[in-house]
Design a protein around this ligand. Structure first.
Ligand SMILES: [Zn+2]
Length: 394
């Protein structure tokens, strides 16, 4: 028996009555077949509908061997009439996205001759793959044309045709089709073979907005939002911009310039800070006597380049034979740089790592890593190993 697909009579039918033809227990729930249904099964890139059949929830809908199988969370008695209600909000969002996809795919095909070779409708956005390269400006032109056609509120026609009837019609299709073919047509916009559900006039798409484009398999993958989802995205973006402009005490239209200016100021400030640290290191080194000792120095929140700079300068100025410069970055966390005139720092760091629960390594001349030990124990062990405390760190 052929099931009557009510969504082809009208994509706007939200409720219906059907008779339960069969109900069996499957892996993901009960599998219910009806004599007629308004539930759209997954297909043509469009997700399935969800909703209610009587008191049970419809979790998934798939078409298998000409039958439409509703996977439900409860059984239904065979032979009984049952009231069906689809989740209209979900369906209408899908209709907006799907119809918007037709419009832009048709315009891109018309303008650039590219085919839609991959289509994915997620709950958040649509991605479409085209077998040719586009620039962002090209997409913006398509977007303007698509939105103009939306505001013109053109009728979208859908119907079944035989191959003979379609002989002279140029339409987009992903695969070779047999039997009666369903054609969805937007006058001057697109003609495409498609089994999905669509809105009846372009105005209902509401809005199309491209949100991204990447190079993909020799062509491009574009991201698209339509209707309610595009408006929700606009509100998210407006919210972000509002927050940024409040934080910077500027008008929203000036946000990019203000952030750019802030980045320059921050870079200049980092340069000044680096110079201050360099001078501080020089001052600390100047007061130390020349020596052939193994010195250690403990600083707070120094970066690895600053630690290396400090260690190198200690050696250059002849203030130590071996310099161990540490940055206390928290309790039991000391990042270190170990440098020497003549010693083997790889071996030295290995030995200290063992004693100080550390990790890291390096070359003969310089090693770096982290010790995980409390400060008191760290100082005691370093002194025991012959290191002198250079800045009375402990
Ligand atoms: Zn379609």
């Amino acid at each position: 028996m052929n099931v009557r697909k009510l969504y082809y009579d009208s994509a706007y039918q939200k409720e219906f009555e059907g008779t339960v033809v069969s109900c069996t227990e499957g892996k993901r729930g009960f599998e219910v077949v009806l004599d007629e249904t308004a539930f759209y099964p997954e297909g043509g890139g469009q997700p399935f509908d969800t909703g209610l059949l009587g008191a049970v929830h419809v979790l998934e809908v798939h078409e298998k061997n000409g039958q439409i199988i509703h996977t439900t969370d409860g059984p239904l008695p065979v032979g009984e009439r049952v009231h069906g209600a689809i989740d209209w909000e979900r369906r209408f969002l899908n209709m907006q996205l799907h119809s918007g996809e037709h419009l832009v795919s048709g315009l891109i095909h018309q303008t650039f001759g590219y085919d839609n070779v991959g289509f994915h409708m997620g709950m958040e956005e649509v991605t479409i793959d085209f077998n040719g390269l586009l620039e962002w400006d090209d997409l913006m032109e398509i977007e303007t044309r698509a939105n103009t056609m939306i505001w013109e509120n053109r009728e979208i026609e859908a119907g079944f045709y035989t191959k003979d009837e379609l002989r002279d019609l140029d339409y987009r299709s992903k695969k070779e089709l047999t039997g009666e073919i369903r054609i969805v047509r937007i006058p001057d916009g697109d003609t495409c073979a498609c089994c999905g559900t669509h809105v009846s006039c372009t105005g209902e798409i509401g809005l199309v907005k491209f949100t991204g484009m990447i190079h993909y398999k020799g062509g491009v993958r574009i991201s698209l939002l339509c209707g309610k989802r595009a408006v929700a995205d606009y509100e998210r973006m407006r919210g972000q911009l509002h927050r940024i402009s409040n934080l910077l005490s500027i008008r929203p239209g000036e946000a990019a310039e203000a952030v750019e200016k802030m980045k320059h100021e921050m870079a200049a400030m980092q340069g000044k800070l680096a110079e201050c640290v360099r001078q501080m290191i020089e001052m600390k080194i100047r007061v130390l006597p020349e020596s052939d000792k193994e010195l250690y120095v403990i600083e707070k929140d120094f970066s690895a380049p600053q630690l290396r700079q400090f260690a190198n300068r200690l050696l250059e100025e002849g203030k130590a034979k071996t310099a161990l410069v540490l940055s206390e970055n928290g309790e039991e966390n000391f990042v270190y740089v170990l440098a020497s005139r003549g010693g083997d720092m790889r071996a030295c760091s290995k030995e200290l790592n063992l004693l100080l629960n550390g990790r890291g390594g390096g070359s003969q001349e310089m090693a770096q890593g982290t010790f995980f030990k409390n400060k008191k124990a760290l100082c005691a062990i370093l002194k025991e190993k012959g290191f002198t405390d250079a800045n009375a760190g402990c």
